[in-house]
Design a protein around this ligand. Structure first.
Ligand code: ZN
Length: 141
């Protein structure tokens, strides 16, 4: 317990903090990762995204260079770099982080740590059948 600073992983996946101990945390994370990464569709989608962005940026830069000269192509690169990074973070979240979070929430519910499967809100003592945070019905795990 010397280092209690949250790691990047626990910041990205706040569900991890809710597991009763470190061993269960590690087991749950590796189970969630295995489950999410073993689906080939996700990796293909990520790969298709990377290739698609590269093609679009390449074609746009070539067109701009043809129409407006080198300076426009350089400008396209300056804009495409950050835009591609932001897009990749969003797509990476949707393809990998969201399903991993869902998996972790299901595991928490199986351990009787009740959280909302949609938003991760802790539902301890909640009897309404509805999440007070996101307002959705509470699914039973
Ligand atoms: Zn919720």
């Amino acid at each position: 317990m010397s280092d209690t600073r949250p790691s990047l992983t626990t910041r990205l996946l706040p569900e991890l903090a809710l597991f009763p101990n470190e061993q269960q945390r590690q087991l749950a994370l590796s189970a969630a990762r295995k489950d999410v990464f073993k689906k080939p569709g996700r990796l293909l989608t990520a790969l298709a995204w990377l290739i698609g962005v590269s093609v679009v940026v390449g074609v746009a830069a070539a067109l701009l260079q043809r129409l407006f000269g080198m300076r426009a192509a350089w400008l396209a690169g300056v804009i495409a770099g950050p835009a591609g990074s932001v897009g990749s973070i969003v797509v990476g979240n949707l393809i990998f982080r969201v399903p991993i979070q869902r998996h972790l929430r299901e595991q928490l519910n199986a351990l009787n740590v009740h959280v909302c499967l949609h938003c991760g809100y802790q539902l301890k003592g909640n009897t309404s059948g509805r999440c007070p945070e996101c307002g959705r019905d509470i699914e039973s795990a």
